[in-house]
Design a protein around this ligand. Structure first.
Ligand SMILES: Nc1ccn([C@@H]2O[C@H](COP(=O)(O)OP(=O)(O)OP(=O)(O)O)[C@@H](O)[C@H]2O)c(=O)n1
Ligand SMILES: O=P(O)(O)OC[C@@H](O)[C@@H](O)[C@@H](O)CO
Length: 422
């Protein structure tokens, strides 16, 4: 078993530490502890997660195993890891990958600064991969940071949209019932074919559900189930809840999950993930300016126009010069889109200050950050040729910051000073 990278420690989010999110996480953690009968801070409930990621993604139909397929230039599994890392009270995340993908996985952990990750060798089937993950948690190996949890979450590495409240529900239910799993309404009716390939009967759709992930178990229950599991079940089974029932007489509590819990299986699913992520990271735009009157006035106008044009997007504006106090909070809350306003100047001081703050925040490690440097210039006062030269610098600048996943572009707007801007 491979421990995570050196220094992988308690829950620091890759990128900015989310003070507001952490507050929410701590509240969730407190409710988890109290719901689970544990006391916050004294007898906290030890929760770990096992992520099977050792498949080859045959149904995806591409050479790269689907968990490593890029979404916005970042591997799918990294989104799932981030979703779990944001959950304050999951202390260890064990990922099962094949030996040939171990180095790839380590580089992903390093590049995206994932924490609390331990790697184990995957098995030839999903159940065997999960079993290997459980063994890693069960054994108190000398040089291993892992310890046996009370509750273990099992979650497919190719289900990137898992929210804390769903995890909280399944963990709380597992503490009480021994096992729990997320379910979703069936979209298609399930039918049972006869031997001659004709319809034998169909199941009543309303009385059945699709079993999704995450699932959670009392560790001892699911570990015992896997230890008792037949080779046939290890080879052909697809349902952990069934193992808990069959081998430990534990009836899982079923928890309604959100629509985004689906498993990435086919190529079309990758396109769906990309559009959902794009939508998530384009929910907010921050207009940044310094406090000069002109700039403030223009940025206010710009903010109003954006608000009227982009009705599902939150538009805020912040002054750069308050040592970024408020701007820092906007970055911490993971705004990925910024418009930097420069009035009557073609230099990039304001934009450069913003870019430095964004780089220091590590915001762009996980998602691309978009910065539009807007320059309002009065061409009567200064001939465009003189300004264009300095503005062309933005191209070199953009090439440089693109390496750090910051997408910089420039916008030049003629802004005649003489005219009254109503
Ligand atoms: N031997 C295996 C097979 C699957 N998985 C993991 O189990 C999850 C769900 O399985 P599935 O969607 O079936 O993944 P694949 O087996 O890769 O897909 P396919 O059946 O299309 O090959 C995935 O994260 C996959 O990586 C695993 O850890 N070990
Ligand atoms: O069967 P597959 O290997 O495609 O995926 C595993 C799924 O069956 C599983 O993740 C859920 O259905 C819940 O058990």
């Amino acid at each position: 078993m491979e421990p995570g990278p050196p220094g992988s420690s308690r829950p620091t989010e890759p990128g900015p530490c989310l003070s507001s999110q952490q507050g929410a996480d701590q509240a969730a953690s407190a409710s988890l502890q109290s719901a689970a009968g544990a006391q916050p801070g004294r007898h906290s409930l030890a929760v770990a997660a096992v992520l099977p990621a050792g498949g080859c993604g045959e149904r995806m139909g591409v050479p790269t195993p689907k968990q490593f397929c890029p979404i916005l230039e970042r591997p799918l599994i990294s989104y799932t890891l981030q979703a779990l890392e944001r959950v304050y009270w999951i202390k260890d995340i064990v990922v099962a990958v094949t030996g040939e993908n171990m180095e790839v996985m380590k580089s992903i952990i390093q590049k995206y600064q994932h924490k609390r990750i331990s790697l184990v060798e995957a098995g030839v089937t999903r159940h065997r991969s999960i079993f290997n993950g459980l063994k890693a948690l069960a054994e108190d190996q000398l040089n291993c940071k892992l310890s046996k949890p009370e509750i273990v979450i099992v979650h497919d590495a190719v289900r990137p949209f898992v929210e804390e409240d769903t995890l909280l529900k399944v963990v709380t239910a597992a503490k009480k019932h021994g096992a729990a799993g997320a379910i979703r309404p069936l979209v298609s009716t399930v039918i049972s074919p006869s031997a001659d390939g004709c319809l034998d009967h169909s199941l009543e759709r309303a009385r059945h559900r699709a079993s999704e992930m995450p699932q959670a178990f009392l560790f001892d229950v699911i570990y015992e189930a896997y230890q008792q599991c037949s080779d046939y079940d290890l080879e052909f089974g697809t349902e952990c809840l069934q193992l808990a029932l069959k081998y430990c007489c534990t009836k899982a509590k079923l928890v309604e999950g959100s629509p985004d819990l689906w498993k990435v299986t086919y190529k079309r699913d990758l396109y769906a993930v990309e559009s959902i992520i794009k939508e998530k990271i384009s929910q907010e735009i921050c207009v940044v300016t310094d406090i000069e009157e002109d700039n403030k006035y223009v940025s206010h106008l710009l903010e109003e126009v954006l608000k009227s044009e982009l009705n599902h997007v939150k538009v805020t504006s912040e002054a750069l010069c308050h040592a970024g106090r408020d701007l820092q909070q906007i970055i911490l809350d993971q705004c990925y889109n910024f418009v930097c306003v420069n009035v009557m100047t073609s230099d990039f001081q304001e934009t450069q200050k913003l870019l430095s703050m964004l780089e220091e925040s590590n915001l762009s490690i996980l998602y691309p950050v978009v910065v539009v440097s807007v320059h309002f210039l009065d061409f009567k006062l200064v001939p465009p040729s003189q300004k264009m030269e300095s503005l062309m610098l933005i191209r070199e600048f953009a090439k440089e910051v693109k390496k750090r996943n910051i997408w910089l572009c420039g916008l030049l707007i003629s802004y005649p000073q003489a005219c009254e801007v109503s």
